[in-house]
Design a protein around this ligand. Structure first.
Ligand SMILES: [Zn+2]
Length: 133
């Protein structure tokens, strides 16, 4: 396990900092993710680390940008240390979808596949249990 895990997980409230999945319903610890990837010079410091579920970490990979369909531009992905989640995303309670409110939010939803069938189904189960959002 990453040495920074305890502090990163506590700071994140044990939720994925991208999709807001609650770690406590999983049977494994979430991952400590480099917001700015190591291969691009990102450092192993708290200001560059975020708690991420396996799905978000898998699809984010080494990316720092994503495509915003509305503006037709490649834009920066959501940065959990520099940006406020609620300013970039909102939740559709009926469908379990996360909607991007900004170009960054939309590009992040698209790149990290935040509205996969698995993600949406899980949110619809978690919501009545008080685990989401
Ligand atoms: Zn996630």
């Amino acid at each position: 396990m990453n040495a920074f895990y305890p502090r990163v997980a506590e700071r994140a409230g044990h939720r994925c900092e991208y999709c807001r999945a609650p770690e406590r319903v999983f049977n494994f610890a979430f991952q400590v993710e480099h917001i700015y990837p190591v291969h691009l010079g990102g450092l192993d410091v708290l200001t560059n680390l975020a708690l991420s579920c396996e799905s978000c970490n898998l699809y984010k990979g080494g990316a720092i940008t994503g495509w915003d369909e509305l503006s037709q531009q490649e834009v920066s992905l959501f940065h959990p240390r520099l940006q406020v989640w609620e300013e970039h995303f909102e939740w559709d309670t009926t469908l379990g979808h996360l909607e991007g409110k900004t170009a960054t939010g939309r590009a992040t939803v698209h790149r990290l596949r935040l509205n996969s069938d698995f993600q949406c189904r899980a949110r619809r189960i978690w919501a009545p249990m008080g685990l989401f959002p």
